[in-house]
Design a protein around this ligand. Structure first.
Ligand code: NI
Length: 178
């Protein structure tokens, strides 16, 4: 079921979410299905449970082939529950981000370039990955939502934060991170 996405200003987006404790709960499976339906409907690259008003540590993301972003690096379709992130170097990389909770805008956001993440899939199986670049950016963006952090809070250069039309005009709009 497609669910409404909360927008910046809604206090539920600022909460710290709770870990999932019961992976067999049918409500968890229903939540993940709703998140997948909502992300697909909005053509997003990621979505976190708090964005549909559920304060659980569940994110989904993935970018396979999106005609809007032909140059986009592939990110596997992933369900990540109770994520743990470890940064692997002090190296940062800045890039454009957008967010379904901040519609119509993009911001230039520094993120850690290399990271290891671990967590559980929808069946409660633990997995881990080492990633970099756009994949690492999406993970950081989505996991920030679980701690009540929206990407504008990470912007340092506010001359590179604004409405898509004004920033990019007729040129290709850069990738959103969710
Ligand atoms: Ni977002």
């Amino acid at each position: 079921m497609i669910r409404p996405v909360l927008r910046m200003g809604d206090p539920r987006l600022l909460q710290v979410s709770r870990p999932v404790t019961d992976f067999a709960d049918p409500a968890l499976a229903a939540l993940i299905r709703d998140m997948q339906d909502t992300m697909a409907h909005l053509d997003g690259a990621g979505l976190a449970a708090p964005q549909i008003g559920v304060d659980l540590r569940v994110v989904i993301f993935g970018l396979v082939t999106n005609p809007r972003y032909p140059e986009a690096p592939e990110v596997p379709q992933t369900v990540l529950i109770n994520p743990e992130i470890t940064f692997l170097s002090g190296e940062e990389e800045a890039g454009w981000e957008g967010c379904l909770s901040v519609p119509g805008l993009r911001g230039w956001v520094p993120r850690w370039k290399f990271l290891h993440y671990a967590g559980f899939d929808e069946n409660g199986c633990r997995f881990e990955r080492e990633v970099s670049g756009f994949h690492a950016r999406v993970v950081q963006h989505e996991c920030d939502h679980l701690d009540g952090i929206l990407y504008p809070m990470r912007v340092r250069d506010f001359s590179r934060f604004g409405f898509i039309e004004e920033l990019f005009g007729g040129t290709t709009t850069p990738l959103p991170a969710d």
